[in-house]
Ligand binder design. Structure first.
Ligand SMILES: Cc1cc2nc3c(=O)[nH]c(=O)nc-3n(C[C@H](O)[C@H](O)[C@H](O)COP(=O)(O)OP(=O)(O)OC[C@H]3O[C@@H](n4cnc5c(N)ncnc54)[C@H](O)[C@@H]3O)c2cc1C
Length: 312
């Protein structure tokens, strides 16, 4: 039987919002939606699923990809193999997808953000969303997909009937690593989520020596300095300042983005700001699609000019 199988992401007993995109994609494909969950009770709208399968795995066991592979063996024994196995495009979703792909020798497409129903194709984007690629499988095999957060959540619809509940007993896999605990992020005095105005800098800043000058500008503007991920990866600013999918979600009154291209992982964390102003030397930079105001130019020159004007 033809069906899609969703592997849910549950964290500390909470149903992660990005799971919605997995349901949205499944519903868009008009196939029965089977959902694989760890043990426990989660606030899932059961009417999104046709079949809910619990595995007997605790949440922390469900985080281990080899346990998921073993659980999938049981699922496929019971229901035959699914057409698609769908996961989130998060660090754990992509990790698990690669294990599943290797374990069952299945093709995988990561970061899917659209489908072509006519060709059974899946889209993903390149060059910061400037170009899209379409992929189809050349064999009728099952395919593993990781789904970009925010791409399909508006396609979720309720089924007319309550789902069937199934239980499998997934054996624990032998694994050379084990999950210990969730580690809380270090608390810092600066909380960028509370700021009314953020001056956010990206890789375009060029080098670390420029940072103090942007801190000074933020001070003059009564803003808080935040940044994109590469600035954190280069250790130019601490992680607590990072906006985006793997950083903080912010909604300031004003978000001034300088030298940030507008990758979706960044946009996801700041798109609901009341007023977005973007400065970028590339007029085609995707950030301009989200900005209320845009300035094409060299951020370092604009920063100096702003300082000059605001100090005057
Ligand atoms: C799982 C995952 C999670 C991620 N999470 C996050 C996240 O939370 N936050 C995040 O930001 N990213 C995240 N990323 C990374 C993301 O994909 C992008 O790589 C990142 O956002 C790009 O940062 P950037 O815009 O600063 O750099 P780039 O994409 O390199 O863009 C630099 C921009 O600066 C412009 N520029 C260069 N010089 C100048 C100048 N002198 N004046 C003006 N403009 C200039 C360029 O035209 C370019 O548009 C994540 C990626 C993955 C895979």
């Amino acid at each position: 039987m033809s069906y899609t199988l969703i592997i849910t992401e549950i964290r500390r007993g909470q149903f992660e919002e990005r799971n919605l995109d997995l349901f949205g994609l499944s519903h868009l494909m008009d196939k029965p939606t089977y959902v694989l969950c760890p043990e426990g009770t989660y606030p899932i709208n059961e009417k999104w699923a046709d079949v809910i399968i619990t595995t007997g795995l605790k949440e922390e066991e469900f985080l281990m990809p080899m346990n998921i592979c073993k659980a999938l063996e049981k699922v496929f024994e019971r229901f035959n193999i699914s057409d698609e196995i769908i996961l989130t495009h998060s660090s754990s979703g992509t990790e698990c997808a690669s294990y599943i792909s290797g374990y069952f020798a299945l093709p995988v497409i990561t970061d899917v953000n659209g489908i072509n129903k006519d060709s059974n194709g899946f889209y993903k984007s390149y060059y910061s969303d400037k170009v899209y690629g379409e992929f189809v499988t050349t064999t009728p095999n099952t395919i593993v997909l990781t789904v970009r957060s925010g791409s399909f959540k508006d396609k979720v619809k309720e089924k007319s009937e309550a789902p069937k509940k199934e239980k499998i007993d997934a054996p624990l896999a032998e694994d050379e690593r084990s999950f210990i605990e969730y580690v809380e992020e270090e608390k810092t005095e600066i909380d960028i989520t509370k700021a009314e105005m953020l001056l956010s800098i990206g890789r375009g800043v060029g080098n670390k020596d420029e940072i103090p000058s942007y801190e000074e500008l933020a001070g003059i503007m009564n803003a808080t300095l935040s940044c994109s991920r590469p600035v954190v990866d280069k250790l130019w600013l601490p992680k607590a300042r990072q906006v985006g999918q793997s950083g903080k979600t912010v909604r300031p009154k004003v978000y001034l983005a300088m030298g940030i291209s507008g990758a979706f992982q960044h946009i996801t964390g700041m798109k609901d700001s009341e007023c977005i102003i973007a400065v970028n030397k590339d007029p085609e930079a995707p950030i301009f699609q989200y900005a209320h105001y845009g300035i094409v130019g060299d951020m370092n020159k604009i920063k100096d000019k702003l300082k000059e004007l605001l100090k005057a």
